[in-house]
Write a protein that binds this ligand. Structure first.
Ligand SMILES: Cc1cc2nc3c(=O)[nH]c(=O)nc-3n(C[C@H](O)[C@H](O)[C@H](O)COP(=O)(O)OP(=O)(O)OC[C@H]3O[C@@H](n4cnc5c(N)ncnc54)[C@H](O)[C@@H]3O)c2cc1C
Length: 239
């Protein structure tokens, strides 16, 4: 697997726990990847045993577009607070580290059906790249994104997805809050609640789910009980 040296361009705190990290490749022109894939950050300092560095990696999905293979973006939940989270928290413009990849088969391969993307928290990461890539490349089936977080304070990328939904008539963005304030006008509750109530209008789509193991387990089982074929439910577990 190819290793790339990258330099931090910027870092932005999106919520209490979520950071956006933007890096650019140093010495190489492009990282070739498919929207939805991830890379492994080497989380040990470069001075340590290179073999150990390759072993000590943490996977992060690319949120940027494949066509911008020199400038890569990530969205990272720092809750685990291990070496991956700390690398991101401490990252300053100009810092360098290595990453390797791309990894993963969580990509859209069948472009003939409507798509349903279901994410909670940082699980939105691969979908930011996939959805932008699909829309920009002229995908003309329906795309629905259900994005759940706890409250207004935990919400991020809402404005960006809302703008995309205004621009592309085949894209529907449904932000959901499980513990919203009284004046929240959008959907309330968990993603599973929305599927319970709306599955008939979504059936026939290929579903992609990304988030915590429990959310994926619950959502996948529910979709299958509502008529989705096992092969039409794709999952990416962040563990
Ligand atoms: C294919 C793939 C893609 C991923 N993409 C992303 C991404 O885009 N953004 C992102 O934020 N994360 C992503 N993850 C998850 C990320 O790789 C892990 O959360 C990572 O291990 C955290 O590294 P760390 O060094 O901070 O903590 P670790 O040293 O790995 O873990 C520290 C402690 O936290 C626990 N822990 C690990 N992960 C989580 C978690 N997600 N939530 C709560 N506790 C946890 C561990 O069991 C351990 O006890 C992805 C995971 C996979 C498998």
């Amino acid at each position: 697997m190819q290793v790339y040296k990258v330099e931090v361009v910027s870092k932005k705190q999106l919520t209490d726990k979520i950071y956006e990290l933007n890096v650019r490749l140093v010495n190489s022109s492009n990282l070739e990847f498919k929207a939805g894939q991830c890379v492994g950050f080497h989380v040990l300092p470069e001075t340590e045993d290179p073999a150990l560095q390759t072993k000590e990696k943490r996977l992060y999905s690319l949120t940027s577009l494949p066509e911008h293979g020199n400038e890569l973006s990530f969205c990272v939940d720092i809750t685990p607070m291990g070496p991956g989270s700390k690398l991101v928290i401490n990252a300053k413009p100009g810092d360098q580290f290595n990453l390797e990849g791309p990894y993963g088969g969580f990509v859209v391969s069948d472009r003939s059906k409507d798509l349903l993307f279901l994410a909670t928290g940082a699980g939105i990461a691969p979908f930011r790249s996939m959805i932008k890539d699909l829309l920009k490349s002229g995908f003309d089936k329906k795309i629905t994104l259900l994005f759940g977080v706890r409250s207004e304070d935990d919400a991020f990328y809402h404005e960006e997805f809302s703008k995309l939904a205004e621009e592309y008539s085949n894209f529907t963005f449904i932000p959901m809050l499980s513990q919203p304030k009284a004046d929240w006008k959008g959907e309330r509750g968990r993603i599973t609640k929305y599927i319970e109530e709306n599955s008939s209008s979504l059936l026939g789509s290929v579903a992609y789910i990304c988030g915590s193991p429990q959310m994926i387990k619950d959502t996948r089982s529910l979709l299958i009980s509502k008529g989705w074929g096992v092969r039409d439910v794709k999952i990416e577990i962040f563990h």
